[in-house]
Design a protein around this ligand. Sequence first.
Ligand code: SAT
Ligand code: MN
Length: 627
Amino acid sequence: MTGENLADAIEANTNTHIRAFVAEWAAITLPDRIEVVNAADDARLIREALDDGTLLPAGAGRYYSRSHVTDTARSEERTVVATADPADRGVYNNWRLASEVKHEVTERMRGASRGKTMYVVPYLMSPPGTPLEAYAAGVELTDDRNVVLQMIRMARVGMEYLSGLADPSMFVRGVHVTGDLDTLGQGTAADQRLFATIADERTILHFGSAYGGNALLGKIAHGLRLASYDGRRSGKFLAEQYLVLGIVDCETGERRHVCGGFPSASGKTNLAMTLPPEALSDRYRVEFYGDDIAWLWVDEQGQLRGFNPENGVFGVAKDTNTATNPTAMAAIGEGSGAIFTNTAYNELSHDVWWEGLTPEPPADTEGWLDWTGAPIAERSLADTNLPWAHPNSRFTISLDQVPNIAADVHAPEGVVIDAVIYGGRTRDREPLVRAITDAAEGVYDGLTLGAEATFAAEGLDGQLRYDPMSMRPFMSYAEGDYAAHWLEIIGRVTEQPIFAHVNWFQRDEHGGYLWPGYRENLRALLWLSDYREGRATGRRTAVGVVPHPDELDLTGLPIEEARVEQLLHIDTARWQEEIAHRATHLEQFVRMPGEIWTAHARVAAALNEPSPASPPGAEAPDRQANR
Ligand code: SAT
Ligand code: MN
């Protein structure tokens, strides 16, 4: 069958540009069938997957799947951003010339969907009707049914979302071809994986993986990489790997929205889904908007607004339990439609388990299979310490399963962003929270975000692995231009959000955590609101404003005063070391704007002043933004 003939399977009233796109790629990948998908097809596709064993039942309307053993995570070194303009080359984006890359991936995809169905998945990475909708439309072609089922959970899927496009040719063209993972995938001599975003053509071509971040093209490749490129090219918006949450003060009715970036393994999903501390739960309500992506723009009134372009959560299962993330546990409960990938699975009871779900694995190993499908009971002695679940095992659910989902999560106008926070992971130096009132300094802080290297392994005691804005793997153009675009967007704001840096990971001299974390983290964000609204004054330091110990609401939290002081302490000598690392970090990037270097110099100079230092530019906190 030719691509043209196959494309006849698509209803004649479908947008001709979509038909042409499908026909072009069907002629290359040569699937046996083509099927256009709508979210309403979920139940049927689930049934088909259960019938052919690609999904297994996980009890009460939940499902389980196992990936190819080598295909369990994103692969940064195989991921490239390609354009026609070499000026787009950055330090992190693995830039390549579009014409070359397009040719390479296309050749790998040739005939690679033979025997399979090509699913046509029209989707929207935005609530319908947002001012950024034009950048949100996409069509993913995929030859993996499980990818379709995950896309249905993670995005708004259906041709109706694309029926009203102002420009019917303006949708992201995504092609995902799994390939033969046994012979072409990771760990083989002929590793053919290549994940390319052809940013200036708004085309995504991913070959050689069925894993979430590599295969759900709406999420990372479109929602972050391409959107951040579009955001700059249009001059209209930012697309960031950020959570979005709302905090409601039930006493006063005050409602605040926080977005922010955290390097991986810094608890972003847990914070996004947090509940208030037990003792404050009568007073505050926390509302969930999103755990991974925010698109941000400035509205006509000069307010920074944002929404979560996703419609679901692709969460890490490991260490998720009723204490660390009760919200997620409720969201993946009975009838949730959750898909678990690469957890352990019990083929008799259909239960799933992962490390950290309970302190110990199930005592009775009967029926339990590890994430590769090997029976636990038959493990050799040498294998007894292997994890049951893959460390990157996942759950996929749609947003409407999250119990504390915000009522306005689908609102086309998004929400006004009051605070932008960055959360590092450092065992000392970074206080619990420090507020930054100057916008350039806030952007500078985001650009120097990082997580501590696991120093034992890497010999980098206390040094950060920088992850600017938590966008390191998703940068699509040169970092200096990215910083300039940030300054440009934030410079349009008349009601400036407050920036802040938080750290839940400080250690005491015995290596224990100083701060209990999890639900208690909200206390730092409550202080930030108080500071922004002038209800708290804080203490000025060279690196921002930290709370006076008595300004933190510690109701119901037994914690010694000395410990609180330690949590809020600024270690000038350690900061001076860090400033030197930051200079080296920023020097790598071409066209880093002068404002960022000025902010850097200001912080560096303030650290050299006798304390208490006061960074210029931080004299008058910007507190006009009182809504
Ligand atoms: O690994 S994924 O890219 O699928 C998820 C993430 O990193 O946010
Ligand atoms: Mn992420």
